[in-house]
Write a protein that binds this ligand. Structure first.
Ligand code: HGY
Ligand code: MN
Ligand code: MN
Length: 414
């Protein structure tokens, strides 16, 4: 597939300027960025990026779940080579998670425009609604609707952790578009992303040629106990929802240790009600995020954690209700595209390594429908979903150059 493509160079200063400009929207006093999906800050970020799309002459579309893509015409009509990611962040976000992939896509288009290059097929740059899933579960919500694995009405009716509704907040920021989801399946899909883990930095490798995304299981548990006086209630008479939650957190950690390999387990959100110092918790609500590259092992992890929670509840005389927030099986990317990423990386003199993704990404929603691949660049200290998220400009430039070369090869291919 590898064709000789023109030697066009990424302008890293221009790309960093866009990354920093977007990072000023939702910037937090102590550093980092908070642009939770469908908040006012998300809307402002969308306006900035969509404005850049229009300045670059892209034909902009907005679909009914708020996904936005801009298309640069090719010599031929038809499905574009799409470069995409997200611009919503977690509450302790950084400059790069998602944003890099979208803004590097705009840098690719800027380079093509400056060089006056006409590609055979159209090239599109996209950002998808609510990739993070932190405020409204599931994650990858917009790309899942875009590619048909989540119903539009289900997504629009979703109520967030703060009681907000997707449809209301989407309309409030002005991104309830009119294009029907599933209206576009790209010719190919590419996503550049920070690794968000320690592997590339630890091994001194510049580029990750991502082979796929591990399976993801999110569950919310609600434990119902009996509130009681913290001072007068004998220990043997308690029905303490908090103790069940505590045992669940330990069980999740022990399950990951027991299964080993790529198994990870996180209880990331936890709240007690009434949450007062002198009241035995009546209710405990917490989430379990379980992931594994192997579907059978992920199911085993789900079974073990569920069993441990039910045992802890039974021992305490409490009851438990489970609500599935997200469930995605492992996804493999197109081997030909993974090889193209490797070729482009090597051609630019980079070290490159094939590796799975520990994090979920919009690309995984496209993989079943079109040739899809991802490019990773290292994360300093392996940090992400942390305000200290950082990748040096030289490493960003290397990744964006691989993205440009791969996109150009795909948009010019026979
Ligand atoms: O949770 C994830 O893996 C992604 O950051 N949404
Ligand atoms: Mn991301
Ligand atoms: Mn993320």
């Amino acid at each position: 597939m590898m064709k000789t493509v023109p030697n066009i160079r990424i302008d890293i200063d221009r790309l960093m300027n866009r990354i920093e400009a977007l990072g000023r929207i939702g910037a937090m006093p102590g550093g980092g960025v908070c642009r939770l999906a469908l908040t006012r800050e998300d809307g402002e970020g969308r306006n900035l990026v969509t404005g850049w799309m229009r300045e670059l002459g892209l034909a902009v579309s907005i679909d009914r779940i708020g996904n936005v893509w801009g298309v640069r015409a090719g010599e031929q009509d038809g499905p574009p080579v799409m470069i995409g990611s997200h611009i919503d962040t977690v509450a302790t976000g950084g400059l790069y998670d998602g944003n890099l992939g979208v803004l590097a896509g705009l840098e690719v288009v800027t380079c093509l425009n400056d060089a006056g290059i006409a590609t055979r097929y159209p090239v599109a740059v996209a950002f998808f609604t609510n990739e993070e899933g932190s405020r409204f579960a599931p994650d990858m919500m917009g790309s899942a609707v875009h590619q048909g694995s989540l119903a539009l009405d289900t997504a629009l009716a979703t109520v967030g952790i703060d009681g907000a509704c997707v449809a209301d907040d989407l309309a409030a920021i002005g991104y309830a578009g009119d294009v029907e989801p599933e209206s576009l399946c790209p010719r190919a899909f590419l996503e550049l992303h920070v690794e968000q883990g320690p592997v590339l930095e630890r091994e001194g490798v510049a580029i990750g040629a991502v082979t796929g995304v591990q399976g993801i299981s999110w569950t919310e548990y609600t434990v119902s106990g009996i509130s009681n006086h913290a001072g007068t209630t004998p220990m043997a008479m308690r029905c303490d929802a908090g103790v069940v939650a505590a045992k669940a957190i330990v069980a999740a950690r022990e399950t990951a240790a027991h299964l080993g390999g790529s198994q990870v387990a996180t209880v990331g959100a936890l709240r007690f009600e009434p949450g007062l110092v002198n009241v035995v918790p009546q209710t405990a609500v917490f989430t379990a995020d379980l992931r594994n590259t192997d579907e059978a092992l992920l199911r085993e992890a789900e079974r073990l954690v569920e069993e441990a929670i039910q045992e802890a509840a039974h021992a305490e005389g409490a009851t438990v209700a489970a609500r599935k927030l997200a469930r995605f099986e492992p996804v493999a990317f197109d081997d030909r595209l993974v090889s193209l990423i490797e070729d482009c990386a090597v051609r630019q003199g980079n070290s490159v390594k094939r590796m799975p993704s520990g994090a979920g990404h919009d690309a995984q929603m496209f993989a079943p429908n079109c040739p899809t691949a991802m490019i990773f660049v290292p994360s300093r200290d392996g940090l992400s979903h942390n305000i200290r998220e950082y990748t040096p400009p030289e490493q960003i430039r290397a990744g964006a150059q691989v993205l440009l070369d791969a996109a150009l090869a795909l948009a010019s291919a026979d």
